[in-house]
Design a protein around this ligand. Structure first.
Ligand SMILES: [Zn+2]
Length: 690
């Protein structure tokens, strides 16, 4: 690689992380019970981020703080972020790499790549954006102004669905949960500007304050767009959103696969929500007969929404739609709009002090809209074939460990165990990047026309999604882009996805010792596989069909085991007055626990009976648990933590580390934990799943 500006930046990020295990320790000492060996005889790298550790904290009291304490103490969340941690640091690296690729994409031979470069350039062309003012929005605003009837309003909702502008109806294409070889059109609740319905109804002063500032933000955006009487309009919009919020389902209910599976014919949808002109809505969205299977996730919400369409004055709906359009477009308009959008959505909602640099937002935009063009380029440059091979081996060992565990489980009945093994064998493991890359041939990207490029790219994607409705499910299609720093399990395709972006140091380092990689990436892979068998996964079979294949007794025994986790996580209070929701976070906590247990078994198996060497004073088991704790390195601002507690199924990082590791007997052996230590859980209270 040439020594460009961006490669210097990578070095800067790497230095911040103290990537290599030989970094000077900030006083972290090996825990009691291990004796050091001469380092020269051993693999050079443990993978452990030594400089991040805190020698004043004992692993037995706080594994998370022990592994990450110096970093937590010394590294502040950058002002342009609401959270910071190992994944955001890796994302920064990935963005630097993507920028380098996109800046040179103009001369690429591949037409898709050139187009991605043009989209990026149109985002970076601030002079043109400033000069254009509101011109790119004029046509859309006119459409709203010309609404005369509620049928007109329905058509605008459909039009916005095509452009990806949020409205109270979210519409998307996904496999039919009970017939997973075929796609269905899903209709779901949506359309709120605040993170969750609770923000509208909760009487706590913190939420009341957010609501007041939201009303101000609505008024400001409308005023900037030349609207009159904006105070009244803002009050109207907030009142309408509050009414919508009140008829929405709670986060726990809307994650229930059975309750949210409600197939309806077009006639049934019309009868359910008669005040919406569905013919006009679907036509403007770009859907044509033959009608696909349609699934309404929250039927009573759609009915209530139709009532709101009838009872709320059309003028208020127009105010609401105008604000939704402005709010959605602000990030692609002149600087004043970008700042106002940031000030509320990041500043107020997440406490983030400063907007991130423009090029970072530009790379993120290209990743969102044309991610398979920029992703192809990224993989060619940054994901060597050797990385893929080592990960394939790691995954194979994890799957073997799962298979052995399932065979010997005492709490699943024998027929269920047999089906679990079948499902395990059918898991589609996707590593790095898709086999086939998407073509953006029909998409028009024009230079200096950012907002319309965004709308065209979204409409291109909407049309691509609808076109899928007539064919069988494409099992090779990826959910995430290759540079994404994340991993996922999809129950409807029974697949796990590990993009190239997450298979990078420090989470995964092909050059370092296995123990760390198993505790870090191994546990993550185990986590994703576990989703195939948790309280949601057990409701989908190996082909992805929503079909409960457990007996009632299996569910009872599983429930009894996991009830302890609900009660345990309910007690955590990351922000004073705000408790973790043990029920909401249960599937993720189960996945963390199962993933860690299986990863440890797979790690032991990888040793083939040999004793793991002590490196830098740490035994293999210790390096494994430090790897686990360091894979969660991270912190959040309080406002984001609260939003997370309210709506995100993942518990905060510290609880995911300490609350989970304490259930493993191997943790008590790795670090001699005594009953007086803070992490101690009596053996009878520990939960073993696999
Ligand atoms: Zn998960």
């Amino acid at each position: 690689m040439t020594m460009s500006m961006s490669s210097t930046r990578i070095v800067a990020f790497a230095a911040l992380l103290a990537l290599c295990g030989s970094a000077i320790s900030l006083g972290a000492s090996p825990p009691d019970g291990s004796d050091a060996q001469p380092a020269a005889m051993l693999p050079a790298r443990t993978g452990i981020l030594m400089a991040n550790m805190d020698g004043n904290v004992r692993a037995q009291d706080d594994l998370f703080g022990y592994a990450n304490g110096a970093w937590l103490r010394d590294v502040a969340i950058p002002p342009d972020r609401s959270r910071y941690g190992v994944d955001s640091i890796m994302l920064e690296q990935s963005l630097v790499q993507q920028r380098d690729l996109l800046e040179h994409a103009g001369s690429a031979v591949d037409g898709n790549v050139r187009k991605a470069g043009m989209l990026y350039a149109s985002f970076m062309d601030e002079t043109r954006i400033e000069r254009s003012g509101l011109t790119p929005l004029v046509e859309e605003i006119k459409r709203i102004t010309s609404i005369r009837t509620s049928a007109d309003a329905s058509r605008i909702l459909g039009h916005f669905a095509r452009l990806g502008v949020p409205t109270p109806i979210d519409m998307y294409v996904q496999p039919d949960a009970k017939n997973p070889q075929h796609y269905a059109l899903w209709l779901s609740q949506s359309g709120l500007g605040l993170p969750d319905r609770d923000y509208y109804t909760n009487q706590d002063s913190r939420f009341a304050d957010v609501r007041n500032r939201y009303r101000d933000h609505i008024a400001t955006l409308l005023r900037m767009a030349g609207e009159k009487d904006v105070e009244q309009q803002a009050a109207d919009v907030l009142a309408l959103e509050t009414a919508i919020a009140k008829v929405q389902w709670t986060v726990v209910n809307r994650r229930d696969p059975e309750k949210t599976y409600n197939p309806r014919t077009l006639d049934e949808i019309k009868a359910l929500a008669p005040s919406i002109d569905w013919d006009g809505y679907f036509a403007e969205a770009g859907l044509r007969p033959p009608w696909p299977t349609m699934i309404v996730r929250q039927p009573d919400y759609m009915k209530a929404l139709a009532d709101l369409m009838r009872t709320t004055p059309l003028s208020v709906w127009k105010e609401y739609l105008r604000f939704r359009l402005l709010s959605d477009s602000a990030a692609y308009l002149a600087h004043a709009f970008v700042e106002e959008d940031f000030a509320f959505n990041e500043g107020v909602l997440h406490d983030t002090p400063r907007l991130s640099e423009r090029w970072k937002r530009g790379c993120a935009l290209v990743d969102r809209l044309m991610g398979e063009a920029s992703g192809k380029l990224y993989v060619e440059r940054y994901f060597p074939a050797t990385s893929k091979q080592r990960i394939d081996q790691l995954v194979a060992n994890l799957l073997t460990a799962y298979a052995e565990s399932i065979e010997h489980l005492d709490w699943l009945s024998p027929p269920t165990r047999a089906q679990a093994l079948t499902k395990l064998k059918k898991i589609d493991v996707r590593i790095g990047y898709p086999d086939r890359w998407r073509d953006y041939g029909e998409l028009k990207i024009a230079s200096g026309d950012l907002l319309r490029n965004v709308f065209r790219a979204r409409a291109f994607e909407t049309a691509r999604q609808y076109a899928k409705l007539t064919g069988p499910v494409d099992r090779s299609e990826w959910e995430m882009t290759a540079p994404t720093v994340d991993a996922a399990y999809s129950p409807s395709t029974n697949s796990i996805e590990f993009p190239a972006g997450v298979l990078q140091p420090p989470l995964y380092d092909p050059a370092s010792d296995d123990a760390y990689n198993y505790g870090s990436t191994g546990a993550t892979i185990g986590h994703e596989i576990s989703h195939a068998f948790d309280n949601r996964g057990s409701q989908y079979d190996g082909d992805g069909a929503l079909r409960d294949w457990w007996t009632a007794e299996d569910h009872e025994r599983f429930k009894a085991k996991t009830a302890k986790l609900i009660a345990q996580f309910d007690t955590y209070e990351p922000v004073k007055g705000f408790h973790v929701n043990g029920t909401l976070t249960l599937p993720e906590n189960i996945a963390d626990l199962a993933g860690l247990q299986i990863a440890y078994k797979a790690y032991l198996a990888s040793l083939h009976g040999r004793e793991s060497p002590v490196i830098d004073g740490f035994t293999g088991a210790q390096r494994f648990f430090i790897g686990y704790a360091q894979s969660f390195l991270g912190k959040r601002r309080d406002a984001l933590l609260i939003a997370q507690i309210k709506g995100n199924p993942h518990a905060p990082e510290k609880d995911r580390v300490n609350g989970i590791a304490a259930h493993l007997d191997s943790f008590y052996q790795a670090f001699p934990v005594r009953p007086t230590d803070k992490m101690y859980i009596p053996q009878s209270e520990r939960v073993t799943l696999w």
